[in-house]
Design a protein around this ligand. Sequence first.
Ligand SMILES: [Zn+2]
Length: 331
Amino acid sequence: MALRNAQHDMIMRNYEQKQLRSQNILTQRYNEIYEKIPKFKELEDSISMLGVKYARKLLDGDSRALEEFRVKLNSLCQEKTDLLTQSGYPEDYLEPVYECPLCKDTGYIGNEKCICFKQAAIDLLYTQSNLKEILKKENFDTFSFDYYSDNFVDAKSGLSSSAAIRKAHQTCLDFVNRFGEDFENLFLYGDTGVGKTFLSNCIAKELIDKSYSVIYFTAFELFNIFEKSKFGRDETAEVMNSHIFDCDLLIIDDLGTELSNSFTTSQLFLCLNERLLKKKSTIISTNLALETFSDYYSQRTFSRITSNYKLLKLIGDDIRLKKKLMNMEAN
Ligand SMILES: [Zn+2]
């Protein structure tokens, strides 16, 4: 990952702060326990004295010292744990608390960057703080079926607006629950303001919370990056471009609204195809009808989508629905 030094340093400083925070929590907890359970401190002192005593024995050539020490140490440690639990504390109360238990907030596992480092880099590069604010408002907890009517029925599919959204909602939940095990892609289509972006935000929130690397772009932004990274002219765009091909989930919102040319549309095919080969999931949303989609993009792009994506049509033509959704999106 070609982060610039300053960006790398910024992320590492963040890890140092997390470690500091975790140390402070631990110190506070120790002080709390010492105050509430004086016997606990006594046991700790005994353990230190035990260490000194047996170190001396070992130096004097006592061959059984080590084994004896282990037995006594184990029993004292067990006593400490018992004291904690008897006083109503969890057994691991004095274990360090990490935001990321995988790398213990160091950002690295051995020489490899941890999954949380990758997300931090993505956050930094895409200033996803913006997306995170949106995700606080648009997620599965705030999703409401109230805006979808039973009375509005799509002539083609025979589905009501309400039935279509329930089906799509369930498919999105399944997508999240199976993520990482099953390889799936979603294609959400339907008119403006029927909740396509909202649903993809629900998914983004769940997966970011599970530390998957998620990148969200409007098609307009995405094509802009394709254009900028052409021939490696723009370093940041180039780095972004590589993430677009690699991240765990890529969300392309509003496909069909971008300014495209033959270069960018072939990049789109390349990107979608590469992600399929790498089994990295993609969610696409578009206002285009399926019939017009293949006019906008090449037949090969269209066929990759129809054969590898779950197609979900959202339905709604109700002004009340549109208004409410637009208010929700505007707030
Ligand atoms: Zn980590």
